[in-house]
Design a protein around this ligand. Structure first.
Ligand SMILES: CC(C)(COP(=O)(O)OP(=O)(O)OC[C@H]1O[C@@H](n2cnc3c(N)ncnc32)[C@H](O)[C@@H]1OP(=O)(O)O)[C@@H](O)C(=O)NCCC(=O)NCCS
Length: 220
């Protein structure tokens, strides 16, 4: 398929089925339809790539605030169908989402990219992002109790889950709170080999891999 007929536009609710398909094929996750619909109702920037009526890629991002209150645009999910990769579609999607996000004047745009994901790194670099050299580990937990406290809890609704990102200093807590939403997930991105990563290991969080932050704009 030639990208000369590529259209990038804001996603509508009618595009969710195609987005779900791309999440499955490209990101190896099976999204829950009701969650996807609900998440789409939350303020976000989702753009799709359409070639001759076929949706072949998407990007999804949303805003968060750092512990200091800085507005950040999180480029959270990015996928392009294997049949049309290597033609600049991901970079076009990233550029469009960031262009629209700029209306809100975020202090930075950022994305978490797995250390061995050369294609994603290249797409972000082409879009003006810089990869940070520090390696981070991504930990998640979906157990129903909360045995850790964080300096900063960031509520997030992604297209595949909702929950909180834990940021800043992490501490074990002696009393365990029970989390209300059973589908809620906790995630933390901590420096590789740090005390925080040892704590999360001890608390039974699952380590999903090693990543670099890719940043466009000021670093917080
Ligand atoms: C990452 C992904 C979105 C890139 O989509 P894409 O439309 O092919 O990206 P682009 O064409 O804009 O840019 C990819 C660049 O990486 C290059 N590339 C591809 N595979 C590569 C590899 N193994 N090593 C080095 N560079 C590679 C391409 O040549 C291209 O660079 P160029 O334009 O200088 O030639 C797509 O591969 C994908 O969906 N992967 C699976 C899901 C994923 O990893 N998502 C991102 C999570 S952060």
């Amino acid at each position: 398929m030639a990208t000369s007929t590529l259209t990038v536009r804001r996603a509508t609710i009618d595009d969710l089925r195609a987005i779900a398909g791309l999440i499955e094929v490209c990101l190896d996750e099976v999204p829950v339809e009701t969650h996807l619909k609900n998440a789409f109702g939350v303020t976000r920037l989702t753009y799709i790539a359409d070639i001759q009526g076929v949706i072949c890629g998407f990007v999804d991002g949303f805003f968060t605030r750092s512990v200091e209150g800085a507005l950040r645009f999180e480029v959270d999910l990015l996928a392009v169908h294997p049949c049309v990769r290597g033609q600049g579609i991901a970079a076009t999607l990233i550029n469009e989402a960031c262009r629209q996000a700029a209306v809100h004047c975020p202090q930075l745009n950022r994305a978490l990219v797995r250390v061995d994901n050369a294609a994603s790194e290249r797409a972000f670099r082409k879009s003006g992002f810089s990869g940070q050299s520090d390696v981070y580990e991504l930990y998640v937990s979906n157990t129903h109790s909360l045995a850790v406290s964080a300096e900063h809890f960031v509520p997030v609704v992604t297209l595949t889950y909702s929950g909180h990102w834990l940021e800043g200093g992490l501490q074990p807590v002696s009393h365990v709170d029970v989390r209300p939403a059973s589908s809620a997930l906790l995630g933390a991105v901590v420096p590789k080999g740090s005390r925080a990563s040892a704590l999360l290991d001890d608390l039974g969080f699952t380590m999903l891999g090693k990543f670099h932050w890719w940043i466009h704009g000021a670093k917080t």
